[in-house]
Design a protein around this ligand. Structure first.
Ligand code: HPA
Length: 263
């Protein structure tokens, strides 16, 4: 067990069954918790620095144990490290984690995926050229990525959306390294290749989580039409503003998901 896992387990007083990673502008999804631990006190957690990302873990106790909300993530584009979230996910896995909920902001490639829409990942395309399992040894690194986004958890997320009366689309997310936004030509390519969303996160975490044997589900809040789809150029300030405005709906969706029976 790592030091971070020891500290988390002590604070949780038992298993952490579910973790929710909150992306840009989405920290308020966590709401009030029972314990707040700064990432600085959790060795191996990101010591983040992107505006719109916080840097603390909130624990909330429930009937099944504990849910951990991660306020902020580290991105590949910060230091070129696709394993930026490995320490955090490994510590959580050592605390009994079974279910990982990933959230993020994204650009909508399809015209109907407009700012404010929520989209459940059906699958992803790793277009970054990076992979967090490069350098890992052992046959377990050859992780199958069929149903990477767990079908039972996806069904549970749809039930949650129906219960909370929230429209939830499904789509394929294409991971670009960032931090520059895509060109309009890249976005046209993404659409032709089957992507519905473009973004700069989430995929390395999903890969790491599958390697750890966790079940993964991911929901994105569309903060802008991707470059060239409509309107002007995307901006980080707009991403943060739209994500912050949409966080209440993400919060309602995540709350309903946590209330649904485990699939
Ligand atoms: N591209 C990449 N990442 C993003 C975008 C985008 O248009 N919007 C929010 N995150």
């Amino acid at each position: 067990m790592t030091l971070a896992a020891d500290r988390l387990r002590a604070a949780a007083g038992g298993d952490i069954h579910t973790a929710v990673v909150l992306g840009t502008g989405l920290a308020s999804v966590a709401g009030d918790g029972d314990v707040v631990i700064p990432y600085a006190d959790l060795p191996g957690f990101p010591q983040a620095g992107v505006s719109g990302h916080e840097g603390a873990l909130v624990l909330r106790r429930d009937a099944r144990g504990c849910v951990a909300f991660l306020l902020g993530r580290a991105h590949y584009y910060e230091h070129g490290d696709a394993r930026a979230m490995a320490g955090a996910l490994e510590a959580l896995a050592a605390c009994g984690l079974r279910t990982l909920v990933l959230t993020c902001a994204s650009g909508g490639v399809r015209a109907h995926l407009a700012p404010g829409e929520l989209v459940l990942f059906s699958d992803h395309i790793n277009f970054s050229g990076a992979n967090p399992l490069i350098g890992v040894s052992g046959d377990a690194r050859f992780v199958p990525m069929v149903d990477a986004y767990d079908p039972d958890l996806r069904a549970r997320m749809h039930r949650a959306a129906a219960a909370a009366r929230i429209d939830l689309h499904e789509g394929v997310y294409m991971w670009f390294s960032g931090p520059s936004f895509e060109t309009p030509a890249e976005v046209r390519m993404a659409g032709l290749l089957g992507a519905d969303l473009v973004g700069m996160s989430t995929v390395p975490e999903a890969i790491l989580a599958r390697h750890l044997g966790l079940r993964v589900v991911a929901v994105s809040l569309v903060t802008n039409h991707a470059a060239g789809v409509s309107g002007g150029a995307p901006h980080h300030a707009e991403t943060k503003r739209v994500a912050t405005a949409g966080a209440a709906r993400m919060r309602a969706l995540v709350a309903a998901f946590l209330q649904q029976d485990e699939a």
